[in-house]
Ligand binder design. Structure first.
Ligand SMILES: *Cc1c(COP(=O)(O)O)cnc(C)c1O
Length: 348
């Protein structure tokens, strides 16, 4: 009997390496990367520096470490980091910037995960008053995960970059899903991060790698980040096996992100005028927030049918589309959700 189709939309991190990816991983030339002897990692780091239009880049195990070394490399303990209250380092990195970085964090709200420029300007403290913590780093997130996978308008990043320059501050871009931003907007990754000093990006999300992230920026910052990676226990050895997966993903899995974005629209359109379900945020990329009356019950019933989503709040569900969800998977998902809505499962 054929195994029943499971459609897992809890996150794009659940995507698995393809057979082709496993092949390049198995064949990868490797060396000890702490000695910078791994030719595959070295090649990836050169390539990613190019992709982001920066001097250098560094391969790290996770997006969390990518953000952390970027922040640590550009701040000192006691300084202030500005970011959106929905930003990943604020919500979902176990307070690492406070614990490891000794930083004060101030949040700057704004629609769809995008910081309000006026409020951002109001939070900047740059003086030698002994009472003050100086703001030295701004972090933007692109796309905005909890902001519905939204894309930062280039003009906003440019103004944030200019504001940072005026105040002798730096800008980090948490680009866990920057390739989604690039595919949705048509702007190259290098153009998107032109006004940012550093950028981090994940290979392990929609690009389908088993692990791995990258940090790019000027050579002196990447040099500091390399030491910080070692300090944090992220110096890996024959890790060309993972770098090969990342290189393969960048070459083969970026353009297809458009399919994920199309799948989100297909799902949304299917329920555009159905009662009991609504979509609270715009959905330009691969992340879809869904509102129903009772998220836990809806997600529980859906799971029984082989469709997995995440209950994000009492009424809010998150579905993230990715490499392992094809057209048939999307149709199954629409079908099962439609049946639940018809049966009134959304009603608590
Ligand atoms: C997933 C994610 C991260 C962290 O990546 P991990 O590899 O899970 O540590 C950072 N920022 C954003 C916006 C993310 O979505």
């Amino acid at each position: 009997m054929k195994a029943p189709l499971i459609v897992d939309l809890r996150s794009d991190t659940v995507s698995k390496p393809t057979p082709e990816m496993r092949k390049v991983m198995a064949a990868a030339e490797v060396g000890d990367d702490v000695f910078q002897d791994d030719p595959t990692v070295n090649r990836l780091e050169e390539k990613m520096a190019d992709v982001f239009g920066k001097e250098a880049s560094l391969f790290v195990p996770t997006g969390t470490m990518a953000n952390l070394v970027s922040v640590l490399a550009q701040t000192h303990p006691g300084e202030t980091l500005l970011l959106h209250p929905d930003a990943h380092p604020f919500r979902a990195e176990a307070a690492n910037v406070a614990v490891v970085g000794g930083l004060l964090v101030k949040t700057v709200p704004g629609e769809l995960g995008i910081m309000n420029l006026e409020q951002l300007t109001g939070e900047i403290v740059r003086d030698d008053n002994v009472h003050h913590s100086e703001t030295t780093l701004i972090a933007v997130e692109n796309t905005t995960n909890a902001g519905g996978g939204n894309v930062y308008p280039l003009e906003r990043i440019q103004r944030i970059g200019a504001l940072a320059k005026e105040n002798d501050m730096r800008v980090h871009c948490d680009g866990a899903r920057i390739f989604n931003a690039s595919v949705a907007s048509g702007d190259t990754p290098a153009r998107i991060v032109r006004d940012c000093d550093t950028v981090s990006a994940c290979f392990s999300k929609g690009l389908g790698c088993p692990a791995g992230s990258i940090v790019a920026g000027e050579a002196s910052i990447i040099k500091r980040a390399r030491k910080l990676r070692k300090m944090l226990g992220g110096g890996m050895r024959q890790v060309g096996i993972l770098a090969a997966a990342a290189e393969h993903a960048v070459d083969n899995h970026v353009e297809r992100l458009a399919d994920d974005h199309r799948h989100v629209q297909r799902f949304r359109d299917a329920f555009s005028s159905i009662e009991g379900i609504s979509f609270p945020l715009p959905t330009p990329t691969n992340i879809l927030y869904i509102d129903v009356d009772d998220a836990a019950s809806f997600v529980g019933k859906l799971e029984e049918k082989g469709v997995r989503m995440l209950a994000f709040g009492p009424k809010r569900i998150r579905a993230v589309f990715h490499l392992d969800v094809d057209d048939a998977g999307v149709e199954k998902c629409i079908d099962e959700c439609g049946q639940l809505l018809e049966a009134g499962v959304h009603a608590s």
